[in-house]
Design a protein around this ligand. Structure first.
Ligand code: WTA
Length: 692
C-alpha cells in the first residue's frame, strides 16, 4: 500500500485536474474497491498475465508518460510504421482554444507515408503475405471466401490502377456505396493507396441522402454494386445510386463513372438497369489491371477520408480525417483495447459505412496485420444463432458489437447461444451507445462464459478512435461503465458554465488537448467545426455527450445532450427527421424527440401538426413514415407519430422539447415549469391524443 500511495502522490503533482486524480485513486486502489463494491468484475489472473497492459500500475506508467511526454510517447509508437520521410521535429501542433484563434490540430506534420502501404505491403514484405487478411461470410450460410494479405494487396492494386487510369488523382473524392463485401475494404484501401479521399456512405441511406453527400463532395466516380441480400430481403443498391445521380445532375453535379460490382448472389447483370456512357461493371475492367501499383506518398496531414455524420442541425457534417495521426491512433487503440495478438481472429459487426467500420474493420486491424472477418448479412439470419455459428466456424477470438444487437439476441433466448461452443472467444467489445448493466451481464456471463473481458469503448466519428475504454486485463470492470481514458486522452466533465468538475460528478463530457486521431475539420465548413465543437466550452473539445464520474473515477456515459438521438447505435439528428417530415405536403410542422426503446436504445418519436383541415388517418401516418425512409433511410423511420394540434412553444416561438420528451415517455406529472408556454392548453391536447 505505501508503494501505491507514493505512486498516487507523485501522480497527483504530475497531472492536474480532478479527472486524472480520481482515475489514479480508482485504479491503484483496485483492491480496496473490491471489498466495498459488489459490482466489480475482475479479469482472470490467466488473462491479465498475458495482456499487453496487465495491471493498473502498468497502465499508469504508460498513461502518465502519454500525458507528460506526448511527443515521446507517440513518436515511439509511430516509429513502428513505415514513413517515407519522418515528421518534423515538432511532432504535433494544436490550438483547441477558440479564444486564442482558429482551431487547428496537426500531428506528424511533414511526415510522408501511406496508410494502405502500412496496412498491406508492410506485412507482405515482412513475410506475412500468406496470413488471412479477410474471412468473408455471405448472407447465405455456406457462401464464403478468403483473401490473404498478398491477395488483398493485389486486388487493391488492381482497383487503384483502374482508378488512376480513369483520372482519379490525389485529393479527389470517391463516393462509395457498397454493402459488406470484400470489395468495400478493398475500395477504401485502393483510394488510400493513390491518395484519393473516400467517402463511404452507409448502404442503408436513401437516394436522397446519398445525393446530398454526392453534391457536397462532388466526386467524379461512385462505386457501388447492383444489389445485396440481407436476411431474406434483396436491396437494389444500383437503383438507389441511379436515383441519386439523377438528382445530383439536376443540381449541376455530374458523376462521370459509376463503377458497379456485379453481386451475383443477389442479382444478375442482365437484370440491372444500365446507362452505357456512365456505368461500368467492376468485373469487366478491374481484373485486367496489373497487381502492383506504386504508392502515392502523402503528407501526414493530407486527407484520408470524409464521413458524414449527424449533428443538431439538418445538414449532415462531413467529418474529415487525415492520414498520419489517424493511422497511428486507430492501430494503437485496436492493439490495446482488444489486447490484440497475431493469432486472433477478429470480428466487428459494424458496417464500413459507419466510423466503427472505418477504424475497426479496415484500418485499425489491418494496420496490425490482423485476420478480419467481414459478414455480409443480417446477424439474426437465418436464425438468432447465426453470430455464434460464425464465431465457431472461424474460431473468432475477438467479437466487437453494439448493445442493440446484444439486447435483441438476449430477447431471442439463451438457447441460440448455448447451442454453440464459443470457446474461441477471448475478448468482447461494445460500442455505439451506453450498454445497460443487464445486457452487459448477459453478454459477459452467457456469450463469454464469464471468461472474456468486455471492452466498452466510448468514442465518436469525430474522435477517429477509442477515447474512454477498458484495457482488458488491466483493471476491474463495472458493468455499464466505459472505465478510464485511453493513452493521451484527457477527458474532463464540465458544468453548464464550462467549469471543470472534480471528483464524483456529472456534466458535459469534453476533452482537453488533442489526440492523434482527432478530426481536423468539417469538410468545407471550418466555421461550423469551431462553432459546434469548440465554442460551447472554450478551451475544450465538446463531445455532445453527458457523462458522470463515480467516486472511483469510472466514467458512465449518459447519452447525448444535444438534439442528436442514437437509434440502434446509429446517430440521427432530430432536425434531419423533422426536415424530412415537413416535406410532406400535409405536414405543417414536426418536432422529433428520442424516447427509450427496449432494443434500439432510443426510438424516434415524432409530433406532427397537420395542415389545417386535414384529418388524421392511418394512411397519412404511413405516408409520413415513408417520407422519412425516402429522405434518410429505413433506419431513421419514426417509431411513433403523435398527432399534435399544436406544439408547446415559448412566447418567442421556441419549441419546448423538454415537455415533448416527457409526453413521449409518459412522464405526465413531471413537466416542471410550464409558465413560459405561449399556450398551456397545448399540453393537455397532446396528452389527450397520446394513444390515438
Ligand atoms: C454514443 C460511434 C456510450 C455517444 C463510435 C457518442 C456511446 C455517439 C458509446 C457517437 C459507448 C458511442 N457508451 N455511448 N461505448 N460509444 N456512444 O459518431 O453518444 O456514430 O457521442 O460513433 O455514440 O456516435 P458515432
Amino acid at each position: 500500500p505505501t508503494n501505491h500511495l507514493r505512486h498516487v502522490e507523485s501522480m497527483k503533482t504530475l497531472l492536474s485536474g480532478a479527472g486524472n486524480i480520481s482515475i489514479l485513486n480508482a485504479v491503484i486502489l483496485g483492491e480496496a474497491l473490491a471489498s466495498e463494491e459488489n459490482d466489480l468484475v475482475f479479469p482472470s489472473e490467466k488473462f491479465s498475465v498475458q495482456a499487453h497492459v496487465p495491471s493498473p500500475e502498468k497502465y499508469l506508467e504508460m498513461y502518465r508518460r502519454s500525458i507528460e511526454d506526448p511527443a515521446g510517447f507517440w513518436a515511439d509508437i509511430a516509429s513502428e510504421f513505415y514513413w517515407k520521410q519522418k515528421w518534423s521535429e515538432q511532432i504535433y501542433y494544436e490550438n483547441l482554444d477558440i479564444r486564442k484563434g482558429n482551431i487547428k490540430i496537426e500531428w506528424f506534420k511533414d511526415g510522408i507515408t501511406n496508410i494502405s502501404y502500412n496496412c498491406l505491403d508492410r506485412h507482405v514484405e515482412a513475410g506475412n503475405g500468406d496470413k488471412i487478411a479477410i474471412y468473408w461470410e455471405g448472407n447465405e450460410p455456406g457462401f464464403d471466401g478468403t483473401l490473404t494479405y498478398t491477395q488483398l494487396l493485389h486486388q487493391v492494386c488492381q482497383l487503384a490502377n483502374y482508378l488512376k487510369d480513369i483520372g482519379v488523382r490525389k485529393g479527389d473524392a470517391v463516393v462509395v456505396y457498397l454493402p459488406m463485401l470484400m470489395e468495400l475494404p478493398i475500395t477504401m484501401l485502393a483510394c488510400a493507396r493513390i491518395g484519393a479521399v473516400h467517402s463511404v456512405v452507409f448502404a442503408g441511406f436513401s437516394a436522397e441522402s446519398l445525393a446530398q453527400r454526392i453534391m457536397d463532395c462532388k466526386p467524379n466516380v461512385v462505386i457501388t454494386c447492383n444489389a445485396v441480400k440481407r436476411g431474406s430481403k434483396t436491396i437494389y443498391l444500383k437503383d438507389i445510386v441511379d436515383a441519386s445521380l439523377k438528382e445530383s445532375s439536376q443540381n449541376g453535379v455530374f458523376v462521370d463513372v459509376c463503377l458497379t460490382y456485379e453481386n451475383q448472389s443477389a442479382m444478375k447483370r442482365e437484370d440491372t438497369k444500365w446507362l452505357d456512357r456512365r456505368d461500368i461493371w467492376w468485373q469487366d475492367v478491374v481484373p485486367q489491371y496489373p497487381t502492383t501499383c506504386a504508392v502515392e506518398w502523402v503528407d501526414a496531414e493530407d486527407p484520408l477520408f470524409l464521413l458524414y455524420t449527424s449533428g443538431s442541425t439538418g445538414k449532415p457534417k462531413g467529418v474529415l480525417h487525415t492520414t498520419g495521426g489517424y493511422m497511428v491512433y486507430t492501430a494503437t487503440t485496436f492493439n490495446y483495447a482488444f489486447d490484440y495478438k497475431p493469432s486472433d481472429v477478429y470480428w466487428c459487426t459494424a458496417d464500413c459505412g459507419w466510423i466503427t467500420g472505418h477504424s475497426y474493420v479496415t484500418y485499425g486491424p489491418m494496420l496490425n496485420g490482423a485476420t478480419v472477418l467481414v459478414y455480409e448479412g443480417a446477424p439474426n439470419y437465418p436464425d438468432p444463432g447465426r453470430c455464434w455459428d460464425i464465431v465457431d466456424k472461424y474460431k473468432v477470438s475477438i467479437f466487437y458489437t453494439a448493445p442493440t444487437l446484444v439486447r435483441a439476441l438476449m430477447r431471442d433466448g439463451d438457447q441460440y447461444v448455448t447451442r454453440y461452443s464459443r470457446k474461441s472467444l477471448r475478448v468482447l467489445g461494445s460500442v455505439g451507445e451506453p450498454i445497460n448493466p443487464s445486457a452487459w451481464r448477459w453478454f459477459f456471463n452467457l456469450v463469454g462464459d464469464s471468461r472474456c473481458p468486455i471492452s466498452d469503448t466510448w468514442w465518436q466519428t469525430e474522435t477517429g478512435g477509442f477515447m474512454i475504454t477498458p484495457l482488458p486485463g488491466a483493471w476491474p470492470q463495472k458493468p455499464g461503465s466505459t472505465t478510464f481514458p485511453f493513452f493521451g486522452v484527457q477527458p474532463v466533465i464540465v458544468d453548464e458554465k464550462g467549469v471543470e468538475l472534480e471528483g464524483e460528478c456529472s456534466g458535459y463530457l469534453c476533452v482537453k488537448s488533442s489526440w492523434p486521431g482527432a478530426f481536423r475539420t468539417l469538410y468545407g465548413d471550418h466555421e461550423r467545426y469551431e462553432t459546434a465543437y469548440f465554442k460551447p466550452f472554450p478551451g475544450y473539445y465538446f463531445s455532445g455527450d453527458g457523462c458522470s464520474r463515480d467516486k472511483n473515477g469510472y466514467h458512465w456515459l449518459t447519452g447525448r445532450v444535444d438534439d442528436v438521438i442514437n437509434v440502434s447505435g446509429h446517430r440521427i439528428g432530430t432536425a434531419e427527421v423533422e426536415s424530412a417530415l415537413v416535406l410532406h405536403p400535409q405536414c405543417a410542422e414536426a418536432a422529433v424527440v428520442g424516447v427509450e426503446h427496449e432494443v434500439k436504445g432510443q426510438g424516434i418519436y415524432a409530433f406532427v401538426t397537420l395542415v389545417d383541415g386535414v384529418p388524421y388517418s392511418e394512411e397519412l401516418r404511413k405516408s409520413l413514415i415513408a417520407i422519412v425512409r425516402n429522405q434518410i433511410g429505413a433506419f431513421a423511420a419514426p417509431d411513433k407519430i403523435h398527432w399534435a394540434p399544436g406544439l408547446p412553444k415559448t412566447r418567442s416561438g421556441k419549441i419546448m422539447r423538454r415537455i415533448l420528451r416527457k409526453i413521449a415517455s409518459s412522464q405526465l406529472d413531471e413537466f416542471g415549469d410550464t409558465s413560459t408556454l405561449a399556450d398551456p392548453n397545448v399540453v393537455d391536447q397532446l396528452i389527450d391524443l397520446a394513444d390515438s
